[in-house]
Write a new protein. Structure first.
Length: 389
């Protein structure tokens, strides 16, 4: 969800050591996993292109057509469109949804990924979805994701009228929510996501109290302060429109994404004097006592609790009839792996890859853990194969 503007979100695909290891083991994988050979080649193309590794990047440029890049508007949303350089399609399509980053689709790594996927034969759209740059998740953000996915699938140069939804962090959650939407039924080839959240109520608990619930137990689980800031921004965005709501949202958006205590000013507000329609929300966000969380959550307006459920992929996981590939490190400073585990248990065709090859979505590869690198490679392979199927 949730990273500061300084985090690149796509580190899992931009690590020279990962690329070198995969290039070394690719011939062995080609023998052992023949059905995945083409996807393995595509993986190498994407990684070498995005990393700009001098020799490998030069070789890939010589062997593949340069991508065609356009800045367009799709369903009212500005977006980058990357298409393969040769031919008119149809191509398999990917809608890529980045996380909460101030640069949005202009993140250099995001642009490189789009170009790498286009060189590998995919049409890729990267939209700047409503609220995403500011770390706000609302129904409008989901609607914009669905609209962008439909627009991609409807293109005449897209194969079979289907699109793969790929996202990282908060973008992974949006990919899951969009795939559950009835408007995209039968049109999503794949959902592939790195460390998404799946249960917003539990994320609010975690972000405000530093505890997560496991059955009847409350387990301490400190999380990055930025998670609390994004939760506060998202809830403020759906409060009833008023002068107070607009001031509150503006103040939260002005808080530095890297502030070590971003909710300090909110906790200092005289809650008893606040408007009655916003007081329960701010009491919940300001609370740090895990024993009071359920009581305060129950006091929220029914429509707001319904909104939290709508923004939780776990609520409608049975609608995810397409292949779902999730990836997560065993310990993540934003969302515990239990968030992904819960969705995999509830969805019909979902798989979770747990690997220490990255942290959240940032790279932490190590040649001391080759199995983790191979797990990562397998996740990328399965994702590309499903997107192209």
């Amino acid at each position: 969800m949730l990273t500061s503007a300084a985090l690149p979100f796509l580190g899992v695909l931009y690590v020279r050591r990962v690329v070198l290891v995969l290039l070394l083991v690719a011939p062995l994988l080609a023998v052992a996993l023949r059905p995945g050979v083409e996807a393995q080649e595509e993986t190498v193309i994407v990684m070498s292109t995005t990393l700009r590794t001098p020799l490998l990047s030069w070789t890939v440029r010589q062997l593949t057509d340069g991508p065609r890049i356009e800045e367009i508007e799709v369903a009212g949303t500005p977006a980058t469109l990357a298409r393969p350089g040769g031919g008119d399609g149809p191509w398999p399509a990917i809608l890529f949804v980045n996380g909460a980053t101030r640069l949005g689709r202009k993140e250099p790594e995001v642009q490189d990924l789009a170009r790498g996927l286009a060189r590998a034969g995919y049409l890729v759209l990267v939209p700047d979805l409503k609220g995403l740059k500011d770390g706000e998740l609302t129904d409008a953000t989901v609607a914009a994701t669905v609209a962008a996915a439909r627009a991609v699938a409807d293109r005449p140069d897209v194969r079979d009228g289907r699109v793969g939804l790929v996202g990282v962090s908060l973008g992974g959650t949006l990919a899951l929510l969009a795939a559950e939407n009835a408007e995209l039924a039968g049109r999503v080839s794949l959902v592939s996501a790195i460390t998404p959240y799946t249960d917003l109520k539990e994320v609010i608990r975690l972000a405000t109290t530093g505890y997560r619930r496991q059955g009847n137990l409350l387990i301490p689980r400190p999380t990055a302060p930025y998670v609390g800031l994004v939760v506060a921004r998202s809830l403020a965005a759906v409060l009833p429109a008023s002068d107070f709501q607009r001031r509150l949202l503006a103040e939260l958006e002005a808080v530095d994404d890297d502030d070590p205590d971003p909710l300090a000013a909110l906790r200092a507000l005289p809650l008893a004097t606040l408007p009655a329609d916003v007081r329960p929300v701010l009491e919940l966000v300001a609370n740090q006592d895990p024993r009071l969380f359920d009581q305060l959550y129950a006091a929220l307006p029914a429509e707001l609790k319904a909104g939290v459920a709508r923004l939780s992929p776990i609520t409608r996981a049975q609608r995810l009839r397409m292949p779902v590939e999730l990836a997560s490190p065993p310990e993540d400073k934003y969302f515990p792996v239990s968030q992904s585990e819960a969705l995999v248990a509830a969805a019909p065709d979902a798989r979770l890859t747990v690997t220490r090859a990255f942290s959240h979505v940032l790279p932490e590869p190590s040649l001391a853990h080759p199995i983790d690198l191979l797990r990562l490679d397998g996740w990328v392979l399965r994702s590309l194969k499903a997107a192209a199927a």
